[in-house]
Design a protein around this ligand. Structure first.
Ligand SMILES: NC(=O)c1ccc[n+]([C@@H]2O[C@H](COP(=O)([O-])OP(=O)(O)OC[C@H]3O[C@@H](n4cnc5c(N)ncnc54)[C@H](OP(=O)(O)O)[C@@H]3O)[C@@H](O)[C@H]2O)c1
Length: 397
């Protein structure tokens, strides 16, 4: 039986993780559930999964959670230990009872807890992409030094992980990551200036948190995945290709040195890679309906338009630049996406804010997670200033 901590249990990945657990109660015990602000969902999860510890982002959230549990049928003697804040996140991920951590907080708030779990050599199912985008070198150094098992949950990297098991790493030539192309795949560039958050949140194939959904619309998400893939599988940026595949059924492909390509294909449902991250190297019965190969289907593969979606190109440039460039890329993008969702800036201004922030922040080479978080914070300040400068006038594209 595996004992889990779920960081980000109330989010899209977190709730899918708990659904996998729900279907395999004999295989998994939940030690800790960690959430941000969504107290109602967390309280429901506590009643169902009965963790030993529950943690939230703030003391105010903790008070609300206590009240919510007091109003429930759960006797106080059966409540989990209730904690809040960054130290609590680390404590839940590093507890001796825990062997597997699902890292599914959005943003760098999940970084320290994930890093410390890795340093203790635990199995980490990694969804939180900001961990590798912001801090790839330190995280991968820790994986190697501490013998941790980092199994990617992101469907593309999970697919690559599966394809790489088929051959020798030295015989691998390149990785091909697929992208749905997002809601604006067929939208002319001129029309992107006036698209709304509602349109951008309407992802054609996946239902996810708001930030990643907007990042899919700009292809920034695919850029982050290129960066993550370089760290996870030791590729140079030039060895990672992106191909638009609107059906999102082929998740990744590995090309071997003789030109043979292996593809990983599975239902478009995050419970598939989540379950793989939990059961690897074993496998369990599919948590979702399998692909029906007797039905006719058509799959397309198209090149991405880097001019229309310049954030993808910027991600390649940042990974090639090395150091803190990708940390700044992520921080600035998060601020720009937030501003777009609040209708302070237009869709095309997301790229402008990110590239201007990068041009103003010198590339540094952080040696600790603390330094990474400092660079992240400074980059956010810079990006916020650039957003404020724009909103001081009329909202522009
Ligand atoms: N969704 C997908 O299909 C998918 C696929 C690949 C990778 N990812 C990556 O996985 C991560 C999670 O994505 P998501 O779509 O699940 O996001 P989401 O639905 O927005 O969920 C984010 C989770 O993080 C929690 N959280 C946020 N700030 C926190 C804090 N300070 N302390 C503790 N918890 C905090 C949220 O808690 P509250 O809701 O309680 O505030 C929520 O549980 C992201 O990095 C994303 O890029 C997601």
């Amino acid at each position: 039986m595996k004992t889990l901590t779920v960081l980000g249990s109330t989010g899209s990945i977190g709730t899918s993780t708990l659904d996998v657990v729900r279907r395999n109660r004999h295989l998994y015990e939940v030690f800790a559930l960690v959430a941000g602000q969504n107290i109602d969902t967390l309280a429901g999860q506590i009643l169902e999964f009965r963790p030993k510890v529950a943690a939230v982002a703030t003391s105010e959230g903790l008070n609300r959670l206590s009240q919510r549990l007091a109003d429930s049928s759960l006797p106080k003697s059966e409540w989990p230990e209730l904690l809040w804040g960054a130290e609590a996140r680390i404590a839940t991920a590093t507890a001796t009872q825990v062997d597997t951590v699902i890292s599914a907080i959005v943003g760098v708030s999940g970084l320290e807890a994930t890093y410390e779990a890795i340093r203790l050599g635990k199995r980490v199912g990694l969804a939180n992409k900001e961990v590798l985008v912001s801090c790839g070198k330190l995280v991968m150094d820790a994986v190697r030094e501490c013998g941790a098992e980092l199994v990617p949950v992101d469907s593309e990297h999970n697919g690559a992980h599966q394809c790489l098991r088929a051959g020798n790493r030295e015989q691998v030539a390149r990785l091909i990551l697929t992208a749905s192309g997002g809601p604006f795949r067929n939208t002319p560039r001129e029309a992107l200036a006036s698209v709304t958050p509602e349109q951008a949140l309407n992802h054609p194939t996946w239902r996810m948190g708001n930030r990643i959904t907007i990042d899919c619309a700009t292809l920034m998400n695919k850029g982050f995945e290129v960066i993550e893939a370089c760290w996870l599988f030791d590729f140079a940026p030039s060895q990672v290709d992106v191909v638009i595949h609107p059906q999102s059924t082929v998740h990744a492909m590995i090309e071997y040195s003789d030109g043979s390509v292996l593809a990983q294909i599975a239902a478009t449902d995050m419970r598939m890679p989540i379950q793989y991250a939990l059961t690897y190297p074993g496998r369990a019965e599919a948590p979702v309906p399998k692909i029906n190969w007797t039905e006719a289907r058509k799959w397309e593969f198209l090149p991405p338009d880097m001019e229309k979606f310049p954030l993808l190109k910027l991600a390649y440039e940042c990974q090639s630049a090395g150091g803190s460039a990708t940390c700044t890329l992520n921080a600035a993008d998060e601020i720009a996406v937030e501003a777009f969702l609040q209708q302070k800036i237009g869709f095309l201004a997301i790229h402008e804010v990110v590239s201007e922030t990068l041009s103003k922040m010198p590339v540094r080479h952080p040696r600790t997670v603390g330094e990474v978080l400092e660079i992240d914070a400074e980059s956010r300040v810079m990006a916020r200033e650039l957003v404020a400068a724009r909103t001081a006038g009329v909202v522009t594209a």
